[in-house]
Design a protein around this ligand. Structure first.
Ligand SMILES: O=P(O)(O)O[C@@H]1[C@@H](OP(=O)(O)O)[C@H](OP(=O)(O)O)[C@H](O)[C@H](OP(=O)(O)O)[C@H]1OP(=O)(O)O
Ligand SMILES: Nc1ncnc2c1ncn2[C@@H]1O[C@H](COP(=O)(O)OP(=O)(O)O)[C@@H](O)[C@H]1O
Ligand SMILES: [Mg+2]
Ligand SMILES: [Mg+2]
Length: 359
């Protein structure tokens, strides 16, 4: 760069970026808080709402589009936007997100991962998919499964219906289920679930309450108790503080040891690469019988990040990394200058970007 060019750049000041967001109203309320908007703004990133009633390609300009909306029309909008703005970043690709909308394809990738240390194991609980009532009533279809099982709607599209689960203690309980469903073996895990939030290369694990363990006797069809227990979003239920305190005491929540960070990061990075996603979380449980055995039971796109400690900083850093030092973006906005960062950061940014753009 010549001296006059450097001078012009100094005069222009640091580059500014615009991130457009397209979110359902509930998500917008929980995620787009003043604390996030102000922190991002102070780092040169403006968060701007995308108007869902107007064509996306007519809005902007956006250096980056952040979204959690579904359906063919929205996908079309993204394709059109991409054609008109080939250097803008779309977080994340709708095809990659769609894989998480089916509870079978969602977890398929887990079995393909190879993670150190090998002293700990991870996988998914034994599960089958049932598409119709006939198969549900055919003993042969679930003979390989051990009760209790959790029945989950096959579709995980964010609707209230897609979170309606049932804990089924014995085969009598199967009668009440409505396929298409996934029947997954229930794993006793001490009533505590680990939620692992992933934001690009940032990985953060938190503890949440989960379903309590089930005793062997409650699974017998002669116990006289109900054969099925419906529930929904158990780790998300807002209880009053007192009840919450009692629950935590009862479940020894404070005493529950976190899984090793290195292990969790290995899984998170493996999933990030295989799923080609930047923004997701996954639910992990630890087998109550074998403490070295972990199961991944759920993966969610763009989860409730506002519940993650320091979410404003984590998300702002992610946007910043993505928007700065990126040659593709530099050509989208010719005004942007090159900014330095370490090699590790560069590698991280490259990975984050590889996971984004393609629509
Ligand atoms: O509503 P929140 O903030 O609790 O976030 C929900 C997530 O809670 P979590 O962060 O895992 O505790 C929630 O996670 P779970 O499925 O409950 O494990 C989902 O990601 C949910 O999105 P969707 O309904 O599946 O599209 C998320 O809902 P949306 O905010 O995306 O509607
Ligand atoms: N295989 C399982 N064994 C034990 N508990 C489970 C299992 N699967 C799900 N759960 C419990 O049910 C809750 C909801 O299941 P999940 O698959 O995470 O659905 P959702 O997408 O609605 O969060 C989990 O947070 C956990 O408490
Ligand atoms: Mg879950
Ligand atoms: Mg989920």
């Amino acid at each position: 760069m010549t001296e006059p060019e450097r001078e012009r750049e100094r005069e222009r000041g640091p580059p500014r970026f615009t991130v457009g967001y397209a979110l359902a109203p509930k998500k917008q309320n929980s995620f787009i808080r003043d604390s996030l908007v102000n922190l991002a703004r102070s780092r040169g990133i403006d968060l701007v709402k995308i108007d869902p009633t107007r064509a996306l390609a007519d809005q902007g300009p956006f250096h980056c589009v952040l979204h959690k909306l579904y359906g063919p029309e929205w996908k079309e909008q993204l394709v059109e936007f991409r054609l008109r703005n080939p250097n803008a970043v779309i977080i994340d690709s709708p095809d990659a997100i769609e894989r998480l909308h089916n509870r079978i394809s969602m977890l398929q990738v887990v079995s393909e991962l190879e993670i150190e240390p090998r002293s700990l194991t991870f996988g998914i609980p034994k599960q089958i998919v049932i598409y119709d009532k006939e198969t549900l009533f055919d003993q042969q279809s679930w003979v390989a499964l051990k009760f209790p099982v959790i029945a989950k709607p096959l579709v995980a599209d964010g609707s209230a219906k897609s979170h309606k689960m049932a804990l089924v203690y014995n085969h009598d309980g199967l009668k009440e289920l409505k396929p298409p469903i996934v029947l997954q073996e229930f794993v006793n895990h001490g009533g505590v679930i680990f939620k692992v939030y992933v934001v690009g290369s940032h990985v953060q694990c938190v503890k949440r309450k989960s379903l309590p363990d089930v005793s062997a006797s409650s699974s017998s069809s002669t116990s006289g108790d109900a054969a099925v227990l419906p529930f929904s979003q158990v780790s998300n239920i807002a209880t009053d503080e007192k009840a919450e305190e009692k629950y935590y005491e009862m479940m020894d929540m404070d005493d529950t040891k976190m899984p090793p960070q290195e292990f969790i990061e290995g899984i998170a990075n493996g999933l990030r690469g295989a799923l080609k996603l930047n923004l997701f979380n996954f639910d992990v449980i630890r087998d109550a019988r074998f403490a070295e055995r972990y199961f991944i039971i759920d993966i969610n796109y763009f989860p409730g990040y506002a519940k993650m400690p320091c979410y404003e900083t984590v998300l702002t850093n992610f946007f910043w990394d993505l928007l700065n030092n990126c040659s593709k973006l530099n050509s989208f906005d010719k005004e942007v200058s090159n900014t330095c960062c370490g090699d590790g950061d560069r590698k991280r940014e490259r990975e984050d970007k590889e996971n984004s753009i393609h629509v």
